[in-house]
Ligand binder design. Sequence first.
Ligand SMILES: CC/C=C\C/C=C\CC/C=C/C=C/C(=O)SCCNC(=O)CCNC(=O)[C@H](O)C(C)(C)COP(=O)(O)OP(=O)(O)OC[C@H]1O[C@@H](n2cnc3c(N)ncnc32)[C@H](O)[C@@H]1OP(=O)(O)O
Ligand SMILES: NC(=O)C1=CN([C@@H]2O[C@H](COP(=O)(O)OP(=O)(O)OC[C@H]3O[C@@H](n4cnc5c(N)ncnc54)[C@H](OP(=O)(O)O)[C@@H]3O)[C@@H](O)[C@H]2O)C=CC1
Length: 333
Amino acid sequence: MAARVLGRAGRLAAVVRSSAVRLQLRLHGSAGLRFGSQASFFPPLGDAMLPSGSFNNHVALITGGGTGLGRAMTATLSQLGAQCIIASRKLDILQRTAEEISSQTGNKVHAVQCDVRDPQAVSQCVDQMEALTGLPDVIINNAAGNFVCPSERLSPNAWKTITDIVLNGTAFVTLELGKRLIQNQKGASFLAITTIYAESGSGFVVPSASAKAGVEALYKSLAAEWGRYGHRFNIIQPGPIRTKGAFSRLDPTGAFEKATIDRIPTGRLGTPAEIANLAAYVSSNYASWMSGAVIRFDGGEYVSLAGEFNELRSVTPDQWKILEAMIRNTKGS
Ligand SMILES: CC/C=C\C/C=C\CC/C=C/C=C/C(=O)SCCNC(=O)CCNC(=O)[C@H](O)C(C)(C)COP(=O)(O)OP(=O)(O)OC[C@H]1O[C@@H](n2cnc3c(N)ncnc32)[C@H](O)[C@@H]1OP(=O)(O)O
Ligand SMILES: NC(=O)C1=CN([C@@H]2O[C@H](COP(=O)(O)OP(=O)(O)OC[C@H]3O[C@@H](n4cnc5c(N)ncnc54)[C@H](OP(=O)(O)O)[C@@H]3O)[C@@H](O)[C@H]2O)C=CC1
């Protein structure tokens, strides 16, 4: 019996061995479970998660709040009672977003033009904010710039542009508000939106990876230093969530989307509403004991990319029989 099983295993093994490519067990092919099918286990919910009124009497500043994830965060905070200020370069887009969200939630959203790379513009933006709403209770540093590019093609100005928006912009906004909040003895929640590759680094987005890693160091450092002033600092590292801003600059042809989804254990991209719920929780008083946290929110993509053997997910049950027989059949080292 054992000989028969081993004989069959041997024949099957020979078939597998016959092609080096197939012996790779079609790691990226259609063998095994098709990733993506498991997404039905993880349906995204769109409703605001926190109790209504959680942000009543709260003021929130969201940089880059006119589009994409910042817009979704603004919509959720506004729905939960916050008065929001959204700030970025394009006033027309900010105003349109502000009107749309205000008309849906009944809560005021203010649009303020600000290029976060310019510390004077940031200071004027905060002046404008103080006049409109007073200093904020919630600050979300979400504005960013990015594009995929081989590093040998980057000009000094390309490097400066991304690191200025992401690292210097976040620092200018955080320091300007922090100083004024400290002076007024007012506590606040600061949240930075980074990426999963802030931790690992990543080729082809090197200025962004370097700047986002700097933002994480900034926020972890201030969490330690400014707790005494009533300030909390936290970080969310999103995985891929479809927005025009990100996808048009990171995957302009759409060629990488399927491979991206295939490696995400939850089988799908995230949604803006999901990250908005997380950002709202982290920024709310329900999270008043949370500071210095780095929250990865990526459907499992990071660990999926990291584990050396994770591609064995593509091995079929029949192929496992062969592999197991081969392993068990090995004698000695
Ligand atoms: C399926 C998988 C798909 C996606 C994966 C998803 C998730 C994985 C993790 C994702 C992380 C995402 C992180 C993000 O940050 S996404 C946010 C993206 N949003 C934006 O970038 C919005 C704002 N962007 C912009 O305004 C512009 O793109 C820019 C270039 C950042 C800034 O615009 P600005 O007008 O200030 O700058 P320019 O004058 O145009 O350029 C300055 C400088 O850069 C050079 N440059 C510009 N583009 C490129 C490029 N594509 N390649 C190389 N170099 C570029 C430009 O030439 C200038 O340099 P010089 O010529 O002067 O030397
Ligand atoms: N979508 C995704 O898959 C992921 C996104 N992220 C992060 O999420 C955040 C939001 O990205 P997303 O919504 O996808 O992309 P968007 O492009 O929609 O958002 C970026 C925002 O930043 C603003 N911005 C850019 N440059 C400046 C500047 N100099 N001054 C002020 N504001 C500026 C833009 O507004 P304007 O043009 O008006 O200035 C825009 O609203 C970013 O921090 C990004 O790094 C991280 C991982 C994954």
